[in-house]
Design a protein around this ligand. Structure first.
Ligand code: TA6
Length: 305
């Protein structure tokens, strides 16, 4: 039984800093308004949909065509992919990117400053029907001058398990065809647009067509350089061995009902992940935390590339 917005606010609201409001589709979201940043996170999927540090423009892309309904993932922001990434290997009918991004999460706490939000979810009969394991996920997000996301997975079952995960962040860009992503030079990747062939990255990543790459065995910090919005976004991670870079480009965007035809230009996904042969294995009672953080810097002092 979902708790009402009034009940949630009576327990968790931080006056002038964080409160639960009705979001799109009537879905409850926590609205953060502090001196350091504005932010939003839905209980639906524990989905971060907005982060605007003080003095900066909105950092995350969110499609105005997104759906906000049971069983559908929000298009944009930071969807949480778990316990598998992409299509489920042994069940093509299973939901893409797992089931927690369409689950309603529990609000556990809001920090005194209103910047720190902790949500949780756990296995139930519905999840066990799709993935026969018991687990608890705790997601700590700090909306400050940087965006900090920590996803902690606990194996609460009696058998070992193996899971994939990704913080599938959509960054807002001025023109995807003009950005460059540094930090992956020399890293091997699987090219999902070319039958998963393994290739090696040379120099910065630029977007000149549909781009869908799973970079392998990399803990590198990433920098997204945006000459149109005249900013750089630094993305760091801990205990994540894959980085995924995705832009649907023109044709794929046209085929997506919840992404406007030309919205591919305004977004670039840079995802901190553990997938494939670097999926995480946990014995009963073991825990794993993956961390991702983003910070914005301006490039006014740079000579325009
Ligand atoms: O992370 C890239 C990717 O796996 C792409 O292949 C594309 O499918 C994207 O995720 C979006 O997936 P979704 O299920 O949210 O439409």
């Amino acid at each position: 039984m979902s708790t009402s917005i009034a009940d949630l606010n009576s327990r968790f609201q931080i006056r002038g800093a964080a409160k639960v409001v009705e979001g799109n589709g009537g879905l409850p979201k926590i609205q953060i308004t502090t001196p350091n940043a504005l932010g939003e996170i839905y209980l639906h999927g524990a989905h971060v949909t907005s982060w605007k540090p003080a003095g900066e423009e909105q950092v995350l892309f969110l499609s105005p065509h997104s759906l906000y309904e049971e069983g559908k993932a929000i298009r944009g922001g930071v969807p949480i992919c778990f316990p598998w990434f992409g299509a489920k290997a042994d069940d093509p009918k299973a939901p893409s990117h797992g089931f927690v991004r369409t689950k309603s999460w529990q609000l556990e706490s809001i920090g005194q400053s209103g910047e720190e939000i902790i949500l949780s979810t756990a296995s139930d009969d519905n999840t066990r029907a799709l993935w026969p394991h018991d687990f608890r996920l705790e997601y700590r997000v700090v909306f400050g001058t940087e965006l900090l996301m920590e996803l902690t997975m606990t194996n609460t079952g009696s058998s070992a398990l193996r899971f994939e995960e990704a913080l599938h962040a959509y960054y807002s860009v001025g023109d995807a065809a003009k950005v460059s992503v540094s930090g992956l030079d020399g890293v091997r990747y699987l090219d999902k647009t070319d039958s998963m062939h393994e290739k090696s990255q040379t120099g910065d990543v630029t977007i000149t067509s549909e781009t869908d790459r799973v970079y392998l065995h990399t803990a590198h910090a990433i920098e997204l350089y945006d000459p149109v919005l005249r900013r750089r976004i630094a993305i760091e991670k801990e205990d994540s061995r894959n980085t995924v870079v995705w832009n649907p480009w023109i044709e794929k965007a046209r085929a997506m009902g919840d992404l406007g035809e030309d919205e591919w230009k305004s977004m670039l996904c840079i995802e901190s992940a553990n997938v494939g042969d670097t999926a995480v294995e946990l014995a009963p009672g073991e825990q794993h935390m993956m961390t991702a953080r983003a910070r914005v810097g301006d490039i006014s002092r740079d000579s325009v590339k």
